[in-house]
Design a protein around this ligand. Structure first.
Ligand code: PEP
Length: 250
């Protein structure tokens, strides 16, 4: 049987300034005390904070970007490449978050190219997929997710370089969470799609759930088969809130 390590990943989005480095200090101190157990812990801050957070150190805290360009360098004003993120101290990068798909019209092929760029720079890509409420209500959840998964993952995806995050768009930042059976149905199907395409490696690719995860609902969500951790937005901004989620995975 394949064993997959747990992962608690925090996405700060466009939040956080220098003063919020105190949250990182608090988090790091708790991790240094071993509060995470065997669970991996990752924070993806705005790119402006990445290097400063990396300088604070902390062997138990990984850092990631929130997006990267598919190219390594060039005339792309305002964008950041995967090698630049690696250079700033990142080991991971989120690609295909629904806010990137929505705000910047990113398509599966774009996300696949970004994931390839991440892999090329030695980063682990956290590839996000998720259905709208309209798609769920029309009974198209699994078809939508399978199409996104197939289109967004490059052929070189492996357990070592890729994590998949299932984030129903209607659950992000809304306080709404799917029923346990709905999460289980999706994660079971995604696992079988990954195994069909990537074989043994597909069994090892971690599947995170994301969407209104809090300390109070984390244990219930993490008890579901094939949920290997969480991608957390709002509740990752405060160290104590995030530590409550981490405790449920530790
Ligand atoms: C997210 O944006 O990835 C997310 C899961 O946000 P929240 O936890 O705030 O719903």
């Amino acid at each position: 049987m394949t064993t997959r390590g747990k992962l608690a990943a925090g996405n700060w989005k466009m939040n956080g300034q220098g003063s919020d480095l105190q949250q990182i200090e608090t988090l790091r101190a708790a991790l240094d005390r071993g509060e995470h157990g065997e669970c991996g812990v990752l924070i993806c801050p705005p790119a402006t904070l990445l290097e400063r957070m990396a300088r604070l150190g902390g062997e138990n805290l990984a850092l990631g970007g929130q997006d990267c360009h598919a190219a390594q360098s060039g005339a792309h004003t305002g964008d950041i490449s995967a090698p630049m993120l690696a250079d700033a101290g990142a080991s991971h990068v989120i690609v295909g978050h629904s806010e990137r798909r929505g705000d910047h019209d990113e398509q599966d092929a774009d996300i696949r190219a970004k994931a390839e760029a991440a892999h090329g720079a030695g980063l682990t890509a956290i590839v996000c997929i998720g259905e709208t409420l309209e798609e769920r209500e029309a009974g198209r959840t699994l078809d939508t997710l399978c199409a996104q998964l197939a289109g967004s993952l490059p052929d070189g995806a492996s357990a070592a370089n890729t994590v998949v995050a299932y984030e129903p768009i209607w659950a992000i930042g809304t306080g709404k969470v799917p029923q346990g059976a709905q999460i289980a149905e999706v994660h079971d199907r995604l696992r079988s799609e990954l195994e069909t395409r990537f074989g043994e490696d597909g069994a090892g690719i971690r599947l995170l759930y994301g969407g209104s995860v809090k300390a109070s609902n984390a244990a219930e969500i993490f008890a579901i088969d094939n949920v290997d951790g969480a991608l957390v937005g709002g509740a990752s901004l405060k160290a104590d809130d995030f530590l409550g989620i981490i405790a449920a995975l530790a």
